[in-house]
Write a protein that binds this ligand. Structure first.
Ligand SMILES: NC(=O)c1ccc[n+]([C@@H]2O[C@H](COP(=O)([O-])OP(=O)(O)OC[C@H]3O[C@@H](n4cnc5c(N)ncnc54)[C@H](O)[C@@H]3O)[C@@H](O)[C@H]2O)c1
Length: 250
């Protein structure tokens, strides 16, 4: 897949799945706006792209903050004049039983995982409408399709909502030649799942239910994301597709 001449914005790209997606787009020739709330980590991902000969712009912003997102888009527009592809990847995952879950954590999870995708899709969607098209991929989760992890009520609610938002966004944006899809990873080896993976008994049980017999790496997710943003997927919109070794078959 070749993304030369395309401008891609990946949120939460300082590490983990977002970083792998940013690097994959850069390798495929895209100019990549690397967003993260952590200024050091997004600078590092951008630097890695530039060291390999690619073009990158580090964009420090909180996706839950509309003014910060708008300022970020002004920077990208000043540099490259457009955004062709948006990957809403930034996410947080608090672990608490419902009876103990702090209201702040509930609100923050919904703000980053769901409202953040809305804010970015709205602002970038307006740019894409002017440009005549684009592609958006929301990184949801199998937790939003068939929950199976305990103590993650806010996370599951946010990812279920994100899949619903993906479908509505796809319906509305189709008129402007903008396709919108969701990718739903299973357990991927990143910092987000470090605590989960420490629980050996729980992991053993989880692994028994994965036909392909292993957890995923961030690079297992990138192929589908790039495919969904490519012309090869030009007739695909409003879908939520699992990347989970076959754990959830819907
Ligand atoms: N790792 C998994 O098993 C898994 C499974 C399913 C879905 N996902 C989803 O994939 C996405 C990436 O997960 P990951 O495992 O790479 O997580 P991660 O914690 O390793 O990385 C998430 C990145 O998002 C950034 N971020 C957090 N809040 C932000 C905000 N408000 N604005 C901008 N950046 C912000 C963090 O600083 C971090 O760099 C998340 O949406 C997550 O829910 C992950």
């Amino acid at each position: 897949m070749n993304f030369a001449d395309k401008v891609v914005l990946v949120t939460g790209a300082g590490r983990g799945i977002g970083q792998a997606i940013a690097l994959a787009f850069a390798q495929a020739g895209a100019r990549v706006a690397v967003n993260d709330i952590n200024p050091d980590s997004c600078a590092k991902t951008a630097e890695a792209i530039m060291t390999s000969g690619g073009q990158a712009l580090a964009c420090h912003a909180d996706v839950a903050n509309k003014l910060a997102v708008q300022a970020m888009l002004i920077d990208i527009e000043d540099r490259w004049g457009r955004v062709d592809i948006l990957i809403n990847n930034a996410g947080v995952e608090p672990h608490q039983p419902i009876v103990q879950l702090d209201e702040w954590d509930w609100n923050r999870t919904l703000d980053v995982n769901l409202k953040g995708a809305f804010i970015c899709s709205q602002s970038v969607g307006r740019m894409m409408q002017q440009q005549g098209g684009g592609a958006i991929v929301n990184i949801a989760s199998i937790a939003g399709r068939a929950a199976g992890l305990r103590d993650r009520s806010a996370y599951v609610a946010s990812k279920t909502g994100l899949i619903g938002f993906t479908k509505e966004c796809a319906r509305e944006f189709a008129a402007y030649n903008i396709r919108v899809n969701a990718v739903c990873p299973g357990v991927i080896i990143t910092a987000m799942t470090a605590q989960l993976r420490e629980n050996e008994a729980q992991m053993q049980k989880w692994l028994e239910d994965i036909p392909l017999g292993r957890l995923g790496d961030p690079e297992d997710v990138t192929g589908l994301v790039l495919f969904l943003c490519s012309d090869a997927a030009r007739y695909i919109t409003g879908q939520a597709i699992n990347v989970d070794g076959g754990k959830v078959m819907l």
